[in-house]
Design a binder for this molecule. Structure first.
Ligand code: NAP
Length: 334
């Protein structure tokens, strides 16, 4: 097996911070698997908003991570480190990585790799890790969403949003979401949202109050921040929780903190990429146990917006920045 592995590979490099065209194919050495790592021949890589932020120079890779963008991959295991116990060369895996996904080969800690769900190809499999790990942790572990609760997710057609709608709905929550057009709202309803609010034409706080009989939502997953921060407090139920995962409208907000006190709100948040591998491994175990069976049954599935050839990663970033996508954008690395 090892003799088939080349010494160099093509990877998409960020040649300098800037627009999509700074993404260019370059030659790199094939990375070597450490003791607990797999070397994966990548067949597909997911594209995520954090990759765009990294390309723009706003989101540097954490210490020790590759400077090549790409946080999720799917492919064939071609070599394993000396301490690897679960996977073998020839296994098909999907994996969360801290960087290096836009490449023909990528190393992965074995505990953040998962077997590709039965019936899934590499393109769909590569669209799973980043949003499923993020949503599982922030909505179910950190946010504590329970069956029968009401859940609001902003950006319903984003990679994160399409995953959050499906998982929250599958686990018995009443799901309200926001999106920037009527077509996008329609797509959210098809994915299982109970209510979709076009935030350009309707006030989401009013819509939430109407949908919940004036009570407000138990949990909000927010990627917007800025002026949404206080409005999320207004849309929350008593003892409501708000989980912040990004701030597309700005990191700073002026809020009336008495609203937190009066409703006994909890406002928390997290970032996934810089967390230790042991933490990510814990999420991987939970996903395999509780979510992989739903994927196999197709009760939830990744929503694929567009697939681009690997060498045209710049087009994938252009598509994401246009903001017209519904679901995931994926690179075909075959
Ligand atoms: N904290 C973490 O661990 C973590 C992990 C992964 C991703 N993230 C973050 O999560 C966000 C989503 O990531 P992604 O890869 O899924 O990106 P994406 O598909 O590009 O999603 C961005 C979404 O934001 C929506 N949006 C922008 N302004 C909005 C507003 N005012 N109200 C409602 N929606 C608004 C856009 O929808 P419209 O066109 O409808 O406006 C779009 O669907 C990104 O900011 C990313 O950095 C965080």
């Amino acid at each position: 097996m090892a003799s088939k592995i080349p010494t160099t590979m093509t990877a998409i490099e960020i040649t300098q911070p800037g627009g999509p065209l700074v993404l260019k194919p370059g030659k790199r050495g094939v990375p070597e698997a450490g003791p607990n790592e797999l070397l994966v021949q990548v067949h597909a890589a997911g594209v995520n908003r954090p990759d765009v932020l990294q390309r723009q120079g706003h989101y540097p890779p954490p210490p020790g991570a590759s400077d090549i963008p790409g946080l999720e991959i799917a492919g064939d295991v071609v070599a394993v480190g000396s301490a690897v116990t679960r996977f073998r060369p020839g296994d098909r895996v999907t994996a969360l990585v801290a960087g290096g996904g836009y490449a023909q080969y990528c190393t992965v800690h074995e505990t953040t790799a998962l077997p590709i769900p039965a019936g899934y190809g590499f393109i769909e499999a590569a669209a799973l890790p980043e949003t499923f790990f993020t949503v599982w942790h922030n909505v179910f572990e950190r946010g504590g969403l329970k069956s029968g609760e009401t859940f609001l997710v902003h950006g319903g057609t984003s990679g994160i949003g399409t995953t959050a709608i499906q998982l929250a709905s599958a686990f018995g929550a009443y799901v309200i979401t926001t999106a920037g057009s009527d077509d996008k709202c329609e797509a959210c309803l098809k994915l299982g949202a109970d209510r979709a609010v076009n935030y350009r034409t309707h006030d989401f706080v009013d819509a939430v109050k109407e949908a919940t009989g004036g009570k407000g939502v138990n949990l909000t997953l927010d990627m917007v921040g800025g002026d949404y921060t206080e409005r999320n407090y207004d849309a929350a139920a008593v003892d409501g929780r708000i989980v912040q995962i990004a701030h597309l409208n700005g990191a700073k907000a002026t809020v009336d903190v008495s609203k937190i006190m009066i409703k006994r709100l909890t406002h928390t948040g997290s970032t996934l990429r810089a967390r230790p591998v042991e933490f990510k491994a814990g999420i991987a175990r939970e996903l395999e146990l509780k979510v992989w069976p739903l994927l196999v049954q197709r009760r939830v599935a990744p929503v694929i917006d567009m697939v681009y050839p690997f060498h045209e990663a710049w087009r994938a970033h252009e598509r994401m920045e246009e903001g017209k996508h519904v679901g995931k954008i994926v690179l075909d690395v075959s």
